[in-house]
Every structure is written in structure tokens, then in C-alpha cells.
Design a protein around this ligand. Structure first.
Ligand code: FUB
Length: 339
């Protein structure tokens, strides 16, 4: 795919709703949090490793993490020194994909997926006394972890939960039996008429470095109270979990992958089930869509990415825009383009 010649207009002829937060590096999969009164963003750090695009995402060959921060939405964005690199993670071989961070016990925790030396995606944790790092990784991945895209939510009572998983290249479908299937499918099990594969959720141990129990399914129900089916590609979970709480309700948000939406499902407790309540970001430029939602000083913000700067699926740029809610608590749909 050729790089854009006109960075103000997308290939569809429309303008962009918002601008990249930084332009000197490629960033993606933004997980935003308010720490120490500022917004910290934990993105993937996209690089061009010269690997052709495939359905397993081999072209996403990232090797380190760089944390971004800003004092206020719309203000200058700082890119901090490298927070963690693959050479410093004994168990990881390649593909440092979408990370997240949490704060508890006076420490900051960086959660990240990577392929181990057997080619299996696992999720690791690293700690720092500073939200920007540098982070020191545990020697082993989190016991019982697998697949990609960790998102950690700390509830008002201090309990922390990790949501994770991603199908296709994220390998979630290979864990359908609870064990990794090395010869398993690289798509979504062709279970169009059966309940879709679910994201996983586990509460974290008090030290934030382990699962308190085996991961469970974060079930998404349709409007009739039935699990969303595998064939419903507009609604089913693909990757990019996020969780936030608003008005006492738990918002599980995620990407639908091959239909390129960000979707929302709402529940009454952190384990779900969650009822599908619509799309809130229309497809962006680029194959992947990924995000986080954070409240800052009484306003809600969506962090997302697209490929405005590069025109290439694996070289993305993090953006932000304000998120608004309807009176029934559903999220107003955002069009990432303008006319
Ligand atoms: O950045 C690599 C992968 O692309 C992420 O893990 C997915 O969520 C998708 O954004």
C-alpha cells in the first residue's frame, strides 16, 4: 500500500476527525490512564521490520514500549525514554503487542503480550515506581496467561481484573480446550452458528502479578439475552478489550476485527455477562482498530489509532477525541472522518 501523498485527506476523500498525538514515531493500541494528575498513554510502538502483511499479523513486529503523557487534552505530548524492551524480557522472543498499565500498592504495573520462544503468545508484567518507567519485567509470563491484548481494570473496591484475548493471529481460538493446540486453527473455528469465542477475564492477585483463578469467559449477549454467535462478525469479540465503569455499570469495549468496529457491551459486574449496546467508533483508515476510554476532569476521552501518517496497516498513529454518552448510558457513535 502506498503512503498517503495528501495527509489531510484520507483515501476515501474525507478529512480526519483528529490528529496524531505524535509524529516522530508510530504508535498504536493506546491504553490511557490518569496517573498523578496527568494522562499517561501506553501504546504499542510500531516499527517497519520489512515483514509482509499476513492474517496472523506477522508484520506487527514491535520490540519495545514508549510511554506518552500529557498534562491536558490538546496540550503538548511527551514521549518518554524506552520503558521496556524485548531484550530485557527473558521469556519473550518477538511481537510486543498492545500493552496496558495499572497503579496499585504504590507501584506501576505494565502488562504486555509477546510471543515466547515457542511462538506462543503469553502475557507478562513489569514494574516501576514511575508511570513512565523504566519497567523491570518478571522473568516468567503470568501463570495461566495466553493470547494478547491485556487490559487491567481496578474497581472502586481495589479488586483488579485483567481482560485479554484476540482471535486469528492472537491465538485465542487455539486455547478453545483450555490447552494450547499447536496445530489449531488460525481463524475463528468456523463456529458461525455457535456462541462466539469470548474474551477472557481473571481477577489479579494482591501483588498484581498473577491470576487469582483460571481465566473465565467474558460473555457478550445479544439484545435477546443469547450469546452473540460466531457468525455475527459485526458484534462478536475479536481483540482489543477495554473496561471502564460509569454510573455503577461496567462497560466492556472491544474491536470486532474483520468488520473494523469498536463495540460496547454493558454489564452489572466485572465478570459479565455484558449486553451488546452498539458500535461507538466507525472503521478507521487501516485494518486494525484499538482503543481505550478514560475520564479526565469530568469529560470522557477515546484514544484510538489509524494509519493517516503512513498509509500502512502496521505503522499506526495514536489519536484522541471526546466521547459522549446518550441519556440511556450508551455511547454516541463517532465517525473518525469529517466532510
Ligand atoms: O498491535 C498489534 C495488534 O494489532 C494488537 O494486539 C491488536 O489489538 C491490533 O491492534
Amino acid at each position: 500500500m502506498a503512503a498517503n501523498s495528501n495527509l489531510e485527506r484520507a483515501p476515501n476523500g474525507r478529512g480526519y476527525l483528529s490528529r496524531p498525538l505524535v509524529k516522530h514515531i508510530y504508535t498504536a493500541d493506546p491504553s490511557a490512564h490518569v496517573f498523578e494528575g496527568k494522562i499517561y498513554i501506553y501504546p504499542s510502538h510500531d516499527i517497519d521490520a520489512g515483514i509482509p502483511d499476513d492474517d496472523l499479523g506477522s508484520q506487527y513486529a514491535m520490540r519495545d514500549y514508549i510511554v506518552l503523557s500529557m498534562e491536558e487534552p490538546g496540550g503538548p505530548v511527551s514521549a518518554h525514554p524506552v520503558a521496556l524492551k524485548i531484550e530485557d524480557v527473558p521469556w519473550a522472543e518477538k511481537q510486543m503487542w498492545a500493552p496496558d498499565a495499572a497503579h496499585k500498592n504504590g507501584m506501576y504495573y505494565l502488562y504486555f503480550p509477546a510471543r515466547d520462544h515457542q511462538g506462543v503468545f503469553r502475557i507478562g508484567v513489569a514494574t516501576s515506581s514511575s508511570p513512565a518507567g523504566p519497567f523491570v519485567a518478571e522473568r516468567e509470563p503470568i501463570n495461566g496467561s495466553f493470547s494478547i491484548d491485556p487490559a487491567v481494570f481496578v474497581d472502586d473496591d481495589g479488586e483488579a481484573y485483567m481482560y485479554f484475548g484476540g482471535i486469528w493471529g492472537g491465538q485465542l481460538q487455539r486455547w478453545a480446550t483450555g490447552e494450547f493446540d499447536p496445530c489449531g486453527s488460525d481463524s475463528d473455528l468456523s463456529q458461525d452458528d455457535k456462541p462466539a469465542l469470548c474474551a477472557k477475564v481473571a481477577s489479579l492477585t494482591a501483588d498484581m502479578k498473577g491470576f487469582a483463578h483460571a481465566a473465565r469467559d467474558a460473555v457478550i449477549l445479544d439484545g435477546a439475552g443469547r450469546p452473540v454467535l460466531g457468525g455475527d462478525h459485526d458484534k462478536r469479540f475479536f481483540e482489543a478489550s477495554w473496561m471502564f465503569k460509569r454510573g455503577g455499570r461496567y462497560y466492556f469495549t472491544y474491536s470486532t476485527g474483520d468488520t473494523h468496529y469498536l463495540a460496547c457491551a454493558i454489564g452489572d459486574n466485572p465478570y459479565g455477562p455484558f449486553t451488546f449496546r452498539g458500535h461507538f467508533l466507525e472503521p478507521v483508515q487501516g485494518w486494525t482498530t484499538h482503543h481505550s476510554v478514560v475520564e479526565f476532569k469530568g469529560r470522557w476521552w477515546l484514544f484510538y489509532h489509524d494509519v493517516q501518517l503512513s498509509g500502512k496497516n502496521h505503522l499506526r498513529s495514536v489519536k484522541m477525541t471526546e466521547l459522549r454518552f446518550n441519556s440511556d448510558g450508551t455511547i454516541q457513535t463517532i465517525d473518525p472522518f469529517t466532510d
